[in-house]
Write a protein that binds this ligand. Sequence first.
Ligand code: 5RP
Length: 240
Amino acid sequence: MSADDQKKSAAMRAVEMVEPGMRLGLGTGSTAAYFVKLLGERVKAGLSVSGVPTSDATRKLAEQCGIPLTTLDEVTELDVTFDGADEVDGDLRLIKGGGGALLREKIVAMASDRVVIMADESKLVEQLGAFKLPIEVVPFGLGATREMIEVLSSDAGCEGEISLRSTSDGKPFVTDNGNYILDCDFGRIPDPEELEDSYRFIPGVVECGLFIDLCDIAIIGGEDGLQIIEAQKDDDEDMA
Ligand code: 5RP
């Protein structure tokens, strides 16, 4: 089974969790796109839901699929967000932002009662960090911000090249929020909580792609079928 098929089968399982009337967060990336298309089919068949997209790309796709959309100004709390991830560890800590949508993804995830992550099995890792950690930064003061990220990351045990994400024509990649992305090639992140905390001291950092204590359920597609991992939380309900 290809990685794409695994993503699709995770999305197929996830879309079954959607119930009438739910307010949904709609993630970004190829796995989330499978989910949005499948959700669109259910909407065409009569399901009534509303969604908050996490990127302009997802908003366009959701519109094409006929999914009613809303905003976090109209609806400040969501029932469930369905999104993909670049890495997922055994404690359901994530690296996200490969598609550059990490800020809106984190805002939408924080506003949601539940977060369901869909992924292929290559995303499941023992330790976060092989995937370059994306950090969204404001363009002003980029050099100084990069240097502070280097110093505070090193204090948290993370060292490696920090590169400005660029587009295929060599220009800086600009997020939907008008910011830049720095991709940090740490290889391994020994203490994700400490690292995330340390970035809060840097004024030019908008958000980093570490998602900690946000994911409730991970649906992982694999060669041997689906694996469903639930976070151990006191108030957990069995959603899967
Ligand atoms: C976008 C993301 C995506 O969820 C992540 O990059 C996974 O993408 P894909 O489903 O295409 O593998 O965080 O910012």
